[in-house]
Design a protein around this ligand. Sequence first.
Ligand code: TGC
Length: 387
Amino acid sequence: MLDYLDVIADIPSSAWALAERTRELLERRVISRIDELYESGEFPRDVIPELGSIGLLGAPLAQFGQASPLAWGLAMRELERVDSGLRSFASVQTCLAMEAIARFGSLAQQDEWLPRLARGEVIGCFALTEPGHGSDPAGMETRATRGANGTWRLNGHKRWATNGTIASVAIIWAQTAPESGSKGVRGFLVPANAPGFTARPLERKLSLRISASSELFLDNVELPESAMLPKATGLGAPLSCLNEARYSILWGAIGSAEACYTAAFEHVTKREQFGRPLAGFQMVQNDLVEMVDQISRSQLLAARLAQLKEEGRLRYQQLSLGKRHNVRAAQDVARRARALLGAEGILLDRIVMRHLCNLETLATYEGTEQIHTLVVGQDLTGLSAFR
Ligand code: TGC
């Protein structure tokens, strides 16, 4: 009953191959140890090359098979059904690091990085957020100034970059000054071994525990001219990559919600209180229906956005509506599932609390719920609530 309106069942078989390979890999290599990984706060790095070999990393890019929006979305749903940290890894690697290089990089930059990123031989991260600038990236303080012989010198502090400590290359977004011969926000490819570059883990997280969430320090990092992404001019460039990641999130959240519903349904149909299964009580049925309602709306919304994306008609404001809705819906489903499981619901091996904690991050990163509300508000009214 997870697909109450047959939205998923009606997706053509041609869109399923990537999701099926992803599910098979997760069943074989990850599911049995996800609780331990979550507890120890460790990303299963050993599966990264396998994610590459099944063709997942970079899948939507023209160079690597051009998976359709539906095929990519279904794969994100599989990853997040297991854990949001897995989907975060894949969407940062693909939608942020690889997309930035594919869209805005020179041919030399693409040749140097994309094939290895697609194979999972190297890892990429994307750093826009700073300690003082999360929702307001336009205010970023990281600076790129001209050094000697046309080089660039980067100084700044980035925070909340997924994959930062395990990445070989970081896409760093920095403000340039007109006297540098450039203007506005530009992107730079910074190898992790560049002198002056340091990545540190953000520790003691209670959410997205398997993600390598990181802060990055740039202390006079000197880079050649060729490190700049030549076609990325202005804040619209990183924001356009974030659109791809937001699309992944709105599909991923469905996987998380479905996992929570399944765990809750199994519990309420087996557990008896007052001489009958919990599922026979009216208030429990109400919860189940609310959960199926939320999941069905999320599936419909995701399928429609996939269609618009396929047709090249998807606007970023529509993505904001989708990310906002599907994360909020998944949070509601996870909370209800946790309550239906009673005290058992807080145990790690019952999965719902882990999903619930992860979803707290989904509601915040890559545009908070409030920012997405205001993006849609601006689209409706023509009035910006930001400035
Ligand atoms: P505003 O003047 O509205 O826009 C600046 C320029 O950007 C364009 N634009 C977009 N373009 C493509 N896609 C989008 N989603 C876009 N949103 C805006 C806009 O059209 C404009 O272009 P132009 O040509 O007119 O200059 O900018 P604003 O400063 O008023 O703010 C707009 C706002 C608040 C919507 C935007 O700043 C925003 O989306 N803020 C949220 C940022 C966010 O999501 N941050 C979290 C990033 S996640 C992270 O850093 C970690 S990396 C991921 C990970 O590792 O997990």
